[in-house]
Design a protein around this ligand. Structure first.
Ligand SMILES: [Zn+2]
Length: 243
């Protein structure tokens, strides 16, 4: 039996599947990894910064103008749309096969495709809040208030994205752990499983079927029942069980 047919069979028999996704899911929608283009030279600061430095909490606090310029250019891809994989996952949820998505991506494309239960480990570019009074804002506010978006109270409006040096949201982690612990099938896709907390979270899985979909080898391959090295969007779309 070929691998897609086997995945289709596994999904047809699943009722609480969880999809754990990484950057590969978004690159197939045309969103580059923000680290991919290398460092950025700041004219005002006369210094070159690595993307990881610019996407850090201390950089936001020390150089908000440069932070927001970098953020708008490297994190926000308004033209990106869900790919067939996003739509397949939304359909699996509608059919009662998939219980949740746990994602390391911040683009909000799962919700755009119609998924309801999505644990966004690193937050979302779609949301923002005032650092002083907590008022919620939309992405548009950050895009249209330049150079630094300020709240009516005077505080800085920052994205609801987990920056370097910041910890993940406890409720999001708890929800992801509960879903993975209860899952009958865990599909891991588009992630090398190197970035914290991916590797730790999947250790909570106790279900029957572990499936890996990734272009390169990962540390979890040897535990998986099925390892597929094809583009994740195509695989998920092709593996939708017949109705
Ligand atoms: Zn405020």
């Amino acid at each position: 039996m070929d691998k897609i047919a086997r995945l289709k069979e596994i999904l047809a028999g699943s009722r609480r599947a969880v999809f754990f996704g990484g950057a590969g899911m978004s690159t197939e929608s045309g969103i580059p990894d923000f680290r991919s283009a290398g460092g950025i030279y700041s004219e005002t600061l006369h210094q070159e910064f690595a993307p990881e430095q610019m996407a850090s909490h201390s950089f936001l606090m020390a150089h908000p103008e440069e932070f927001f310029d970098f953020y708008r250019r490297r994190f926000v891809y308004l033209a990106a749309e869900p790919n067939p994989g996003h739509y397949a996952l939304a359909e699996l949820e509608r059919r009662g096969i998939l219980a949740a998505i746990v994602t390391q991506n911040i683009d909000g494309l799962h919700q755009a495709a119609g998924s309801q239960t999505v644990y966004e480990l690193h937050g979302s570019i779609r949301r923002a809040h005032c650092m002083d009074c907590g008022t919620h804002y939309e992405l548009d506010y950050i895009l249209h208030h330049r150079p630094i978006p300020h709240c009516s109270c005077g505080g800085i409006v920052r994205p609801d994205v987990v920056l370097y040096e910041e910890s993940l949201d406890n409720d999001t982690i708890a929800g992801a752990v509960a879903a993975i612990r209860a899952a009958d099938t865990l599909i891991i896709g588009g992630t090398s499983l190197i970035v914290y907390p991916a590797a730790g979270l999947i250790n909570y899985f106790r279900g029957a079927h572990l499936v890996l979909i990734n272009k390169s080898e990962t540390s979890a391959d040897r535990h998986a029942e099925l390892v597929i090295r094809e583009p994740i969007g195509d695989v998920l779309h092709a593996a939708l069980p017949d109705e």
